[in-house]
Each structure stands twice: as C-alpha cells, then as structure tokens.
Design a protein around this ligand. Sequence first.
Ligand SMILES: O=c1[nH]cnc2c1ncn2[C@H]1C[C@H](O)[C@@H](CO)O1
Ligand SMILES: [Zn+2]
Length: 359
Amino acid sequence: MNDQPQLDAIRRAPKVLLHDHLDGGLRPQTIIDLARETGYTGLPTTDAEELRAWFRAAADSGSLERYLTTFDHTVGVMQTREALVRVAAECAEDLADDGVVYAEVRFAPEQHTSTGLSLDEVVTAVLDGFQAGSQGRGIRVGTLLTAMRHQARSMEIAELAVRYRDVGVAGFDIAGAEAGYPPTRHLDAFEYLQRENAHFTIHAGEGFGLPSIWQAIQWCGADRLGHGVRIIDDIQVAADGTAKLGRLAAYVRDKRIPLEMCPTSNLQTGAADSLAEHPIGLLRRLHFRVTVNTDNRLMSDTSVSKEFAALVQTFGYDWDDLLWFTVNAMKSAFIPFDDRLALINGVIKPGFAKLKWQA
Ligand SMILES: O=c1[nH]cnc2c1ncn2[C@H]1C[C@H](O)[C@@H](CO)O1
Ligand SMILES: [Zn+2]
C-alpha cells in the first residue's frame, strides 16, 4: 500500500465538488469560439494557449476585486442560449473527466441577460446543458443560483432558485466583492429562503473578515460558508500547537458548518500567502467540516484532483484524508439525505477503498 496519492490515481477517485463557478471554468478554445460566434471583441488574444495563460496571470492579482475583473470576458461570451448550453455541457464533461461524481456548480443568472434572455431562459439553458453533459458520464450536477452582492436582485434570484428546485437547482448563493457589501444587504432574500425550507451558502470570510462570517451565519442563516478562511482570525494557536477557539469559531465547528475551501483561488486573491500557511491545514487538524474546491478552474488552471495533489504535497495528506474531505463534501451537499448516503456508501467509499489498496 502506498499512502502518498499521486495525481493520476487521485483523478480516478470519486470526488465531490461544492464550490465551482460556471463562468470561471470555460475551456479557452470555447471562449474564443463563442466570442467569434456572438461578436464579442474584448478578448486579449485569440490563441487558446495564450488565453489560458492570460487568465491564470490576470487572476494572480492579489486582490479579490481585481481577480473578479477577469470574469468580464467569460460572462461577455455567455449571453445566448446556445453559449450557455455549450458551456454547461462542457463543464459537466470536464468535471466527469476529472473523476467528480457529484458537483454543485454556481452562476449568476442576472449577468446573462444583456442580449435579451429572461432569467428563466438563462436558467433553463444551463440546466439543459448540465443534463446533456452529464448523461452517461457517472456524474450528477446540481446548480446553485448566485445573486451578485453589489446588485439588488437577490430576492428575484432567490425566488428563481425556489421555482426551479425540483428540476436541478439545489440552492442559492451570493458572490462578488465582499468588502463594503455585507450579506445582511440581502437579508430579505435569505429570510424568504428559510421560510421556503431552501438551502443556501454565502461567500464569506474571503475578501473580508470575521464580521462577514458572523453575519452570514447568525443574521442570514447560511447552511455553508464559501471560503470562510478568515475564521482562523478567531483561533489562537499556542507555541505548543494547542488551539483556543473564540465563540464564533467554536460555533462553526460545533454546528459542523461546512467550509467550502478553495486553496489556489485564495492564493491568487491574497486571502492566504502560501499553501503551507493556508488555514486549511489548521482547520483540518481541528476537525472543522472542511471541503476542498476549485472556485474557478479557468482562472486558477486547476481541478479538484490538482487541488488534492497540491494538498498532498504540502501537508502530506494520505488517502484517508482525501476520503475524509470527500465524505465531508458529500454530507454537506444540498441534495436529499438519502441521495447523499447512497453516493457515500455506494460510490465514494468503495471507489477510495479500491484505489487505496491498488496503490
Ligand atoms: O471567489 C469568489 N469570490 C467572490 N465572487 C466570486 C468568486 N469567484 C467568482 N465570483 C463571482 C464572479 C462570477 O461572475 C460570479 C458568479 O459566478 O461570482
Ligand atoms: Zn467562489
């Protein structure tokens, strides 16, 4: 038995992804094709490999606000039904190719209406694309509808999420620049979702600190935290390694609130300085409910397998650690309990067991 998982074996493991943006995961060639077909003229280059490198470099900006400007190009080419169907189908194919068996992929419908699509048309196009791309590939893709936190359409988007919840929409989210846009700006939407027994996650504790996490949980009632890395600001570690948790950190751990951690993305936005210093190491050691995610596969040139492989390299994680992250993620998904259990016991545990003993 080899306890140090390698990238090719990790790719074959049945993985779960909870935090991935549809408009952050396009294939470079698809962006170029769609720009030509839809008349988008803003791309920095029309060479696919150059474009791949451009996104990675431009996103390496050290600030969330600058990182987010790279989405102008992806959102810019996702303004027709055909484009949305293609991007969603390819997303499902690429995730399946990486060995992801369950994914929740998010996007903001309000950003895809500039040529006249209605919010409903946007959502149905993406759902159709996910269905086409998942067919026969051993992956299930759920959709999260995101509202942009600097805009004022969260109630509409929350209603959209409830309307489509039985046909593929698993939940709701807010994203965009965090500083200056606290989650409580959208309290009415979150209260509505709670009354509807609907699920939601909130990007919090990425570009801003503890107050954002506190509001997301205690005012808005978030089921999960997108990133949540700044929760370490409420943890004191002594020289001998023992940790003392403040009240908010203790609450997050005690309540098993899932943290959708996205290590590479955090390095690019400056939310962490290096992988070795990334809070995931401490939070995993302290048994927070940590999950491992991609955030934006294009901007970070990443995949779940690559994120896992980097963590293995940095923290020495073994197959049991990777299984633990995966089961954490599956337990935290926004689909029914029976479905989660079936995937854990029928797919994830047997898949990891096979790889662990093959290695
Ligand atoms: O990591 C992120 N933090 C906040 N907002 C983000 C992040 N990644 C992507 N977004 C934004 C940009 C996208 O256009 C939007 C919807 O997917 O969500
Ligand atoms: Zn995100």
